[in-house]
Write a new protein. Structure first.
Lengths: 367, 151
């Protein structure tokens, strides 16, 4: 006799450590299998797009820190690039290189958290996380040297950067870059072929390449599906065309590949930083820009490859000191488009692994 | 480097298939009529391989809204900016949804619906995304005032 089953709805979050912030999912189960999933957003919505309309172009920079707080440097970078495009401002060479160094260090720090938190979600409670934090701490120390902040840097300025690097910065950075390959080896030794990790992530949440493109996925999520698309190569900005680096791509598009791509990208970022230190020119770090900048009437869209994907800012100017429209293309939000499709057919524990592998920051999702 | 396709050339190609759809083109973007948006988007996706919808933006220009679609081709590495005007008032404030062409439009259209109040006809699940059901008004509109907002 067949047992009569009834779908059960379970509310997951918003206060749950595995949602990486305040994110809620309404999941419908048939027995243990997920049949439907609906993400619910908005618990961290602060209206930053509206707030920015009443701030001057310079005053908006600290707000961008609070979008993706694990990659504040990248947010600063994309925003100032958009303003520079809008107002047609030249940036000195040295500032361009400093920006690239900071953005790549930020990528390393952000990917370390992403991977650490992912293993946390898989049940490796805080041990891998602490390994990753050990290295991230060194990057935060480096950032503290240049701008005095450890999380919300507010380092980039329209036309350059706020401070030049102090003299102890480069030796510390070189030491970090030299040590990093050893640490990556250590992670691989602990995790890459760990039987439990393989069982929990191989073949879980497969995202086919056509679907990834169609759903506007970006960043490691798109590349894990085998699509070789990295804005640093496809549409080089700043001085990225001067560096030699590879774009790691996955083959399966599963949760494991998303983890694997991030670890490979850390290695590539260390290569970029190494080349940037060698080429670092001397000179000015900032172009003089009026405090009350009034860009000419018009609009500009600038996008960068942030650790989470294509981060873009669309600005409209009406020649006043305040942006007429400030729009963020938030990769974390758009990567969640496919969450339902990835999770249906899997069990609750797998849904957590899939969500962890997407790597979202709720402050950016909700803005 | 992603190559921006010449808007006048794109406008000519659209005109060959769908006459009267294009209203204007300048050095950066092609402007199309709101009613023809879906057909134009499908044409661009199929004929110019614009397989990736990077972003949709809505801007409130007081007399009308403007929607900006950044389309990219990952296979050919070129891009097109498509713009459409959306009238205000009871008859306006709606445009065709492109979710059936690019799934990536799903959450972005809901975002615009929530904060700018433009309805997307044909969207499978059009409801507020950040603010709660029952909230009145759309904060990103220029006529929205903080004093009239609910707690």
């Amino acid at each position: 006799m067949a047992l009569k089953t009834e779908p059960v709805m379970i509310n997951f979050g918003p206060q749950h450590p595995s949602t990486h912030g305040v994110f809620r999912m309404r999941i419908t189960f048939d027995g243990e299998v997920i049949v439907d999933l609906e993400p619910v957003f908005g618990y961290l919505h602060r209206g930053i797009e509206k707030l920015a309309e009443s701030k001057t172009y310079t005053q908006v920079i600290p707000y961008t820190d609070r979008l993706d707080y694990l990659a504040s440097m990248s947010n600063n970078f994309a925003y100032v690039m958009a303003v520079e495009k809008l107002a047609d401002i030249e940036v000195p060479e040295r500032a361009q290189y400093l920006r690239v160094i900071m953005a790549e260090l930020m990528r390393i720090a952000s990917h370390l958290i992403a991977v650490g938190a992912f293993f946390n979600d898989l049940g490796a409670f805080f041990t891998p996380f602490m390994y990753m934090f050990r290295e991230r701490e060194k990057i935060l120390d480096l950032f503290e040297m240049v701008c005095g902040q450890r999380l919300t840097y507010n380092y980039m300025r329209i036309g350059g950067v706020s401070h030049d690097i102090p003299e102890e910065f480069l030796p510390a950075l070189r030491r970090f870059i030299d040590e990093m390959p050893g640490f990556i080896e250590e992670y691989d030794w602990l995790l890459a072929e760990n039987e439990i990790v393989l069982a929990r992530t191989k073949g879980v949440g497969v995202l086919p390449p056509e679907k990834a493109i169609n759903a506007s996925a970006s960043g490691p999520m798109l590349r894990a599906s085998g699509v070789k698309w990295d804005i640093r190569k496809a549409d080089p900005y700043s001085v990225y065309d001067r560096f030699d680096f590879a774009i790691p791509v996955g083959t399966m598009g599963d949760a494991y590949d998303r983890y694997w791509v991030r670890i490979q990208e850390i290695t590539q970022s260390t290569h970029i930083v190494k080349q940037a230190i060698e080429q670092l020119p001397v000179g000015e770090i900032r172009t003089k820009v009026p405090t009350m900048l009034r860009p000419p009437k018009g609009e500009a869209y600038a996008h960068i490859e942030s650790p989470r994907g294509e981060l873009g800012f669309y600005l409209v100017s009406d020649n006043s000191p305040y942006p007429y429209r400030f729009k963020v293309r938030a990769p974390s939000l758009i990567n969640l488009t496919v969450l339902r499709d990835l999770c249906v057919g899997w069990k609750l524990a797998d849904a957590i692994a899939i969500l962890g592998s997407i790597d979202i920051v709720l402050a950016e999702v909700d803005r | 480097m992603t190559k921006p396709l010449s808007p006048s050339e794109v406008a000519r190609q659209i005109g060959e298939h769908i006459p009267d759809a294009v209203t204007d083109s300048n050095e950066s973007a092609v402007y199309v009529k709101g009613e023809a948006l879906f057909e134009v988007a499908r044409l661009l996706k199929e004929n110019l391989d614009l397989d990736y919808l990077a972003t949709i933006t809505a801007v409130d220009f007081l007399e009308h809204f403007e929607l900006i679609y950044h389309l990219t081709s990952i296979t050919k590495n070129h891009s097109v900016i498509l713009k459409t005007r959306c009238e205000k008032g009871e008859k306006g404030e709606k445009v065709p949804s492109v979710v059936s062409l690019w799934q990536g439009a799903d959450l972005q259209e809901r975002d615009i619906f929530d904060l700018m109040g433009i309805a997307f006809t044909g969207h499978p699940n059009l409801k507020r995304i950040f603010l709660w059901d029952g909230y009145k008004g759309h904060p990103l509109r220029k006529d929205w005032s903080k004093n009239g907002a609910q707690d």
